[in-house]
Ligand binder design. Structure first.
Ligand SMILES: C[S@@+](CC[C@H](N)C(=O)[O-])C[C@H]1O[C@@H](n2cnc3c(N)ncnc32)[C@H](O)[C@@H]1O
Length: 506
C-alpha cells in the first residue's frame, strides 16, 4: 500500500512506545456532583493522557470524535495552529495510534478537518486504521454564505470516518429519523390508505445480480420496461409481483412511467445517514459561536467551537445511551456537553487552560440543566457529574524506580494491562488482580498488604503465599523480592516478577 512519508516520520511512528507512562491525578474540587460517574475531564497533553488511559480503557471507547488544529497557519487566541506540515503530521500520527487502541472492536472514529490537511490525513489514517476500515468523508456545510475574502470561499469541512474493523454483513450505524427536509418528498398522489409515501429507484447494480432480476415489466397502460442499460431490477421477479399486487409499485401519474417503489412514511424506522450534512440540519460555525458566547456571556468566548447539533448527529449515528465517547482535542467542551445531555459516558482531554476556564464550567452548567444548544431537542433536565484530572507523576522516576507516589491501584492497572493487553475491569483492591487465560496475576505492593518494608507483605514468603487468594494453575506474582528459590517457585507453579525491574513501560 502506498504510504505517506515526511521528515522524521520514523520518530513519529515510534513515539507511543517512548512516551512515559503517567498517572492521572484527580482534582476533586474541580469535579462535579455524582461521585459514581465515570465521566472524565482531563487537562493535559493528549499524548500522555491517552497513554495513561490505555490500562483502563483500551478497547472500551465506542466513538471518538476529534477536532484537532487544522494547521491553517492563522493565529488563534487559544492555540498555536501554525505547526509546520511535518510537525502537524508528527503530532497526529501517534495520537491516532493510541486512539485506535482505545476503540471497541465495533467502534468508530470521526475527525474534523479542512482542505489544508484532509488529503494527507486520509492517507495517514489509511495507514493507522487500515484502508478497508475507511467509511466515508462527510461534508459538513459550515457556513451560511460565501466568504468574500477568499477567491473560492470554503463552505465546508470534512469529517473523516473510520471503523476499527470494517462493518460486518449485519452491522450498521444507527439510522436517523426521517428529517424535515425529506418530509416534503412524502406525498399521497394515489390516495393510498396507508398514507404518505415517497418513490424510490427500483433498479440495481448488476455486480451481484441473480438471473431472475432481469425481466420485462409491463406498465398498467401497456408500456414494456426491460431493465435500463447496464442495470438490473432491484428485486427478483416473484418479489416484484407481490409488491405489484400490494400496490407498492408506482408507474407515475399517467401509469406509463418506469416503475419505482413506494416507501411509506409510517413503515420507516428511519433512514441511513449520508455524507452531505447541511448547516440547516446540523448547525454552522456562527451557531457554534453563538452557543458558546451565550454560555459565557462574552462576545468571543472561544475561537473554534463546533455546534452542538453537529456532535448530536455524530453521537446519534455512532453510539447508544451509556456508550463511552472520547474527544482528545476538547476545545470548549462541546463533545462532552453533548455526550452528557445524550446520556453517553465520556472522556474529554484538553491541554489548554480552557480545560478549566471553559470545559469545566460548561459541564457544570450542563449538570445544572443549561438550556442552550441541543438541550430542548433532547429534553435535557440536568443531573450527572464528572471527575476532573490532571496528569500526575510518571510511573517510573528518573532512576527507573517506581515513583513513591504511585499507589497500588494505579500500578495494578498498569501491570495488568502490560501482561494481558486488556484493561482491568474494576479498580484493584486485592493482591489477586485477576485471572487471564488460566493464569492468575498477583501484585504485592504498598498499601494492600501493609507498609512497604519487606516484612510487611511486599516480599513473597510462605506466610504471604498462604494469605493470597488461591489459584490452582499458573501464577504470576509481582513483588519486591522472593524468598523462594527456583525449584520451589516451579513446584508452586509461580513465575516471580521483581518490582521495579520486571515492570515494563507500556
Ligand atoms: C479546534 S479546537 C477543538 C474545538 C472543539 N471541537 C469545540 O467544539 O470547542 C482544538 C483544541 O485542541 C487542543 N489541543 C491541541 N493540541 C493538543 C494536545 N496535544 N493535547 C490536548 N489538546 C490539544 C487545543 O488547545 C484546542 O482547544
Amino acid at each position: 500500500m502506498p504510504l505517506l512519508d515526511w521528515l522524521n516520520k520514523q520518530d513519529a511512528v515510534h513515539t507511543v512506545q517512548k512516551v512515559s507512562y503517567r498517572l492521572l491525578e484527580a482534582v476533586p474540587e474541580l469535579g462535579a456532583c455524582d461521585p459514581n460517574t465515570e465521566n472524565m475531564l482531563i487537562q493535559g497533553d493528549n499524548l500522555q493522557a491517552l497513554k495513561a488511559l490505555l490500562p483502563l480503557y483500551a478497547g472500551k471507547v465506542k466513538c471518538i470524535y476529534i477536532d484537532p488544529p487544522y494547521n491553517t497557519r492563522s493565529a488563534f487566541t487559544h492555540y498555536d495552529d501554525n505547526l509546520e506540515h511535518s510537525l502537524w503530521l508528527s503530532l497526529m500520527y501517534p495520537r491516532l495510534d493510541l486512539l485506535r487502541e482505545l476503540l471497541t472492536e465495533d467502534g468508530s472514529v470521526w475527525v474534523s478537518i479542512d482542505d489544508n490537511e484532509v488529503h494527507y490525513l486520509k492517507v495517514m489514517m489509511d495507514e493507522v486504521f487500515g484502508r478497508k476500515n475507511f467509511v466515508a468523508n462527510v461534508v459538513w456545510q459550515k457556513r451560511t454564505s460565501p466568504d468574500n475574502r477568499l477567491r473560492l470561499g470554503a463552505a465546508h469541512d470534512a469529517i473523516l470516518v473510520y471503523k476499527k474493523n470494517a462493518f460486518t454483513q449485519n452491522e450498521s450505524f444507527n439510522q436517523l429519523a426521517v428529517n424535515e427536509g425529506r418530509m416534503k418528498d412524502f406525498k399521497n398522489p394515489d390516495d393510498d390508505p396507508r398514507g404518505a409515501w415517497a418513490s424510490t429507484d427500483f433498479t440495481g447494480m448488476t455486480g451481484h445480480a441473480t438471473p431472475n432480476q432481469f425481466y420485462t415489466i409491463v406498465s398498467p397502460n401497456g408500456k414494456s420496461y426491460p431493465p435500463p442499460e447496464g442495470r438490473c431490477w432491484a428485486l427478483a421477479e416473484e418479489t416484484f409481483k407481490k409488491l405489484l399486487a400490494d400496490n407498492r409499485v408506482w408507474f407515475g401519474k399517467d401509469g406509463n412511467a418506469r416503475p419505482r417503489l413506494k416507501r411509506f412514511l409510517n413503515e420507516m424506522d428511519g433512514q441511513n445517514a449520508w455524507t452531505w450534512w447541511t448547516n440547516a440540519e446540523v448547525g454552522h460555525n456562527q451557531e457554534a459561536k453563538k452557543e458558546i458566547n451565550e454560555l459565557f456571556g462574552a462576545s468571543d468566548a472561544f475561537d473554534t467551537p463546533k455546534p452542538e447539533r453537529l456532535l448530536q448527529r455524530i453521537l446519534q449515528i455512532a453510539t447508544n445511551e451509556n456508550d463511552l465517547v472520547l474527544d482528545s482535542f476538547l476545545g470548549s467542551g462541546t463533545t462532552a456537553a453533548v455526550a452528557h445531555k445524550m446520556n453517553r459516558r465520556y472522556i474529554g482531554i484538553e491541554m489548554g487552560e480552557h480545560a478549566q476556564t471553559h470545559c469545566q464550567p460548561r459541564l457544570k452548567k450542563v449538570i445544572e440543566g443549561e438550556q442552550g444548544g441541543i438541550s430542548k431537542a433532547v429534553n435535557w433536565q440536568g443531573g450527572g457529574g464528572f471527575h476532573y484530572f490532571r496528569l500526575g507523576e510518571t510511573i517510573f522516576d528518573e532512576y527507573g524506580s517506581i515513583h513513591p507516589n504511585v499507589r497500588f491501584a494505579a500500578l495494578a492497572a498498569h501491570i495488568w494491562f502490560c501482561e494481558t493487553r486488556v484493561p482491568l475491569a474494576n479498580r484493584a483492591d486485592s493482591p489477586l488482580l485477576g485471572i487471564h487465560n488460566d493464569t492468575a496475576y498477583y501484585l504485592l505492593y504498598n498499601g494492600i498488604l501493609g507498609d512497604r518494608r519487606p516484612q510487611s507483605g511486599n516480599v513473597l514468603t510462605q506466610a504471604v503465599l498462604d494469605g493470597l487468594p488461591p489459584h490452582n494453575g499458573r501464577k504470576i506474582i509481582y513483588g519486591e523480592a522472593s524468598r523462594f528459590g527456583k525449584p520451589r517457585l516451579e513446584a508452586e507453579n509461580i513465575v516471580f516478577e521483581q518490582i521495579p525491574y520486571d515492570v515494563r513501560a507500556v
